[in-house]
Design a protein. Structure first.
Length: 459
């Protein structure tokens, strides 16, 4: 298994070619816990697939059963986090960890019927070279269920943890031309955003029914039975349209996931493009986040950094959290590291910032502060808002510059934005130790009480 550093998630290993060799165990065999709890876990190929190409999504299934009640298994509910399991890969070269295991998920009761949990290896492992790899997964997903464990049965103390049987996978090379065509195809799919229901087609199809219903309401007495028939037809058509929307949305997301794990230069440019398209405006489009989680798979990290850095310093572009996160990740990957901003391996159960990461984060914000004089209008307002909401440890000069722009733009801000700033950043804007703010920020500060300290310093 690749070496894992105590402070960061991974350290890369040498990328050398691997030759195919016989698998250790293609037939999955259940692993029985030593406490005789009746729980079994085995690793299986997902949909019987064990052959892939470089850059393909690679999924294996954890399959759990329990012979007695009282146990549950944590399922994955987050589409972006790395698996909560430790993925072990043999041999130790040709791949690296992009991020460590991330706990989470919702419990599902275990019984005699298998519970199958797909584990996408790409979320924590980057395969750099073709070859044959043997995979085992160390999992600690089994927990007591809400219904409780029968008296006298031991579970989960010490924490339940098992390593599965191995499953072999073969990764084939991908031709550069083939990948370029695939990038274009997937990009075209992502471009086609599905229309939310009711779609224009549905409205057109249902117009005769709508007209009939309207006429019946205008000319009573209406036939109650016919009205119910019309309402059922409307409901069925709308349900079908919603199912169409969900299917198209999922297909679009799957295309984005496939694109995010591709490794060539065309894929790098496409990933950066979709990250830049994410305006963090509250829409349900998570394509930018999908691409963010695939950045470790890019071969040409220098190109990726150059594209992201140019976008970050572009005064025509409002900075976003997803863009800054992409910039930080790429810098880390170029140093053969991944930083976890608010997590420390050495202090279980606590969230601590890594000093070097925070310093780099604030330096990046300082780059944006320097561009404020070149920005105008809503761009200037939204950039200052991003800086004050993101920067908790800006140096005094940068903090004063951001506050000055907020004060200058405050009157033009919406009441909701003003309220958010006063509630979340009262200390940075209104603290008595600061220079008196100009109107109308001065009056707003005077009429607002400082929020609880937990809110003021919310990360």
């Amino acid at each position: 298994m690749a070496c894992v550093r105590p402070l960061v998630s991974f350290i890369t290993v040498s990328a050398v070619g691997l030759s195919c060799r016989p698998g250790l165990a293609q037939q999955p065999t259940a692993i029985l816990p030593t406490d005789n709890s009746g729980i079994t876990v085995r690793l299986e190929p997902h949909e019987n697939q064990t052959q892939f190409k470089l850059g393909d999504p690679i999924t294996l299934d954890l399959v759990f059963t329990a012979q007695s009640p009282g146990y549950a298994v944590a399922t994955d509910t987050n589409r972006f986090n790395a698996p909560q399991d430790l993925v072990n890969v043999t041999p130790s070269d040709g791949w690296f960890y992009s991020v460590g295991a991330q706990p989470g998920g919702s419990p599902q009761d275990l019984g005699r019927d298998p519970v199958r949990i797909p584990v996408m290896l790409n979320r924590s492992v980057v395969f750099q070279q073709p070859g044959h790899y043997e995979i085992t997964i160390q999992t600690s997903r089994v927990i007591p269920s809400r219904t409780g464990i029968p008296p006298g049965t031991q579970c989960c103390v010490p924490r339940w943890s098992e390593t599965t049987n191995p499953v072999g996978i073969d990764i084939l090379p991908r031709d550069e031309h083939e990948e370029s065509l695939l990038v274009a195809q997937l990009s075209s799919q992502i471009e086609k955003k599905p229309q939310a229901p009711p779609s224009d087609d549905l409205k057109k199809q249902q117009q005769p029914l709508a007209t009939e219903l309207e006429q019946m309401q205008k000319n009573p007495p209406a036939d109650p039975q016919r009205i119910m028939e019309l309402m059922r037809e409307f409901g069925a058509a709308l349900a079908a349209d919603e199912a169409r929307f969900d299917k198209q949305t999922e297909a679009r997301r799957e295309a984005a996931i496939r694109l995010s794990y591709l490794q060539g230069d065309d894929a790098v440019r496409a990933k950066v493009r979709w990250i830049l398209a994410d305006k963090e405006d509250g829409s349900d489009d998570d394509t930018g986040l999908v691409m963010l989680n695939g950045l470790a798979h890019s071969r040409n990290l220098q190109l990726q950094l150059e594209l992201l850095q140019a976008a970050w310093l572009d005064t025509q572009r409002i900075p976003t959290g997803v863009l800054q996160s992409a910039l930080q990740q790429t810098k880390a990957f170029l140093q053969n590291e991944t930083f976890e901003l608010y997590y420390s391996h050495g202090v279980p159960g606590r969230m601590l910032p890594h000093k070097e990461v925070v310093e780099e984060y604030d330096r990046e914000l300082g780059e944006i502060v320097a561009t404020l004089p070149q920005r105008t209008g809503s761009n200037r307002e939204q950039t200052a808002y991003y800086l004050i909401m993101s920067g908790h440890s800006l140096n005094p000069m940068d903090a004063a510059s951001v506050r000055a722009v907020i004060a200058e733009q405050f009157a033009a801000m919406s009441p909701g934005l003003q309220s958010t700033l006063l509630r979340m950043r009262w200390k940075e804007l209104c603290d008595p130790s600061l220079r008196v703010a100009p109107e109308p920020l001065k009056s707003a500060c005077a009429s607002t009480q400082p929020p609880p300290e937990t809110e003021v310093f919310a990360k």
